[in-house]
Design a binder for this molecule. Structure first.
Ligand SMILES: NC(=O)c1ccc[n+]([C@@H]2O[C@H](COP(=O)([O-])OP(=O)(O)OC[C@H]3O[C@@H](n4cnc5c(N)ncnc54)[C@H](O)[C@@H]3O)[C@@H](O)[C@H]2O)c1
Ligand SMILES: O=c1ccn([C@@H]2O[C@H](COP(=O)(O)OP(=O)(O)O[C@H]3O[C@H](CO)[C@H](O)[C@H](O)[C@H]3O)[C@@H](O)[C@H]2O)c(=O)[nH]1
Length: 327
């Protein structure tokens, strides 16, 4: 029998790519999204229930109606800067919103959850690469709003038997290679889509946030993982949790760091036009280097990144952008 996954935040960037992967793996997909940051036309692999996760009665009705085998929970606000300016929004939407979801699941017999966590929950790394045992001391409300949820999931597992997997993504990047969906944040703050825009639109310079980091070229290093690799990890984790239960945490990254200047080089190679680049001060709260160890996901989920070469990430992001906007 086909299993059903209910995807909160499935109209957003990572969520929509995961919907496609679940559908391709033979799951029924149902999306629940309030479209605060998502896009109706990114919902292509199942129906859209337009609903806020904080609206517990409607959430409960949706869970009751669809009886999903699995809830994949992406719905969140996810801008570090916004979380510093308006922490109430982050604790209400992300943390309290997830509590409402957990309570609706508990009321309707929902037993399996995948949760989008983040490397931002680690704070400033003490050792690299970051593994899951590294202490979590977030340095902004966004990171805290997510870390508290991980703790809630442990407690719900112990007390109520809720099975969950928290997936700590590093930098989600790239787009569906078929060009059907892509990265679309409004406003856009992420380095790769901004760099691509700078390569295509002459009056939109890209600012490198800091060139005095203790890294080989002075710019900050991140671990960019292709969104399709993230999507396949969700399918693996979803199948594992439905079969085996338990409370789990996995990093999803590649173990390879790319500096902002290296990203610029990759965009130049792929775009055929040079982005206009300027240098600015560091962005507050940006660690110099974030790189994952994905050994635990490999060992326990049988997952390893396969499409996260930086040139492929940029190529797919460019293809989607040019398909939508034109060169
Ligand atoms: N993009 C990254 O690099 C990255 C890295 C680590 C973790 N994450 C996490 O992954 C998840 C998805 O990120 P994304 O980049 O796809 O973001 P996104 O903004 O594209 O998608 C989030 C979706 O959630 C929806 N949403 C937000 N609040 C909601 C609410 N209260 N009720 C219903 N729907 C709501 C939005 O409308 C949007 O469609 C988030 O939880 C984010 O914290 C993202
Ligand atoms: O205009 C820009 C934008 C970004 N950067 C740099 O590019 C790198 C990547 O920045 P992004 O904004 O693309 O992503 P972050 O590293 O800030 O990612 C953080 O925010 C994400 C949410 O959007 C995830 O939660 C992720 O886990 C968390 O580390 C950083 O060194 C950043 O300083 C620039 O130099 N200029």
């Amino acid at each position: 029998m086909m299993k059903t996954v209910l995807v909160t935040g499935g109209a957003g960037y990572v969520g929509s790519h995961c919907c496609k992967a679940f559908a391709q793996a033979g799951w029924n997909v149902v999306v629940l999204d309030n479209l605060s940051r998502g896009w109706r036309d990114a919902v292509r692999w199942g129906p859209l229930i337009e609903c806020d996760i904080r609206d517990e009665p409607r959430l409960r009705a949706a869970l009751q109606a669809h009886q999903p085998d699995l809830v994949a929970h992406f719905a969140a606000r996810a801008y570090v800067g916004e979380s510093v300016a308006d922490p109430a929004l982050y604790y209400a939407n992300n943390t309290a919103g997830t509590l409402a979801l957990l309570e609706a699941m508990r009321a309707t017999g929902g037993r399996h959850l995948l949760f989008s966590s983040t490397c931002a929950s680690y704070g400033i790394p003490r050792t690299l690469p970051l593994d899951e045992a590294h202490p979590q001391t977030p340095i902004n409300p966004y990171g805290w709003s997510k870390m508290i949820i991980e703790r809630m999931l442990e407690d719900y597992g112990r007390a109520y038997g809720l099975a969950s997997v928290s997936l700590r993504y590093f930098n989600a990047a790239g787009c569906d290679p078929d060009g059907e969906i892509g990265e679309r944040h409004e406003p856009e703050t992420h380095a790769i889509p901004l760099l691509i825009e700078a390569a295509r639109v002459p009056d939109r310079p890209f600012t490198v946030f800091g060139n005095d980091f203790p890294t080989p070229d002075g710019s900050a290093i991140r671990d960019y993982v292709h969104v399709n690799d993230l999507a396949s990890a969700h399918v693996h984790a979803g199948e594992m949790i439905v079969d085996r239960g338990g409370t789990h945490v996995f990093n999803l990254g590649t173990g390879v760091g790319t500096s902002v200047l290296e990203l610029i080089g990759a965009v130049k190679r792929a775009a055929g036009t040079d982005p206009v680049v300027q240098f600015g001060p560091r962005r507050e709260g940006d660690p110099p280097v974030l790189v994952a160890s994905y050994a635990k996901a490999e060992r326990e989920l049988g997952w390893r990144p396969q499409r996260s070469q930086i040139d492929f990430i940029i190529e797919t992001a460019l293809r989607w952008r040019d398909g939508r906007v034109g060169r």
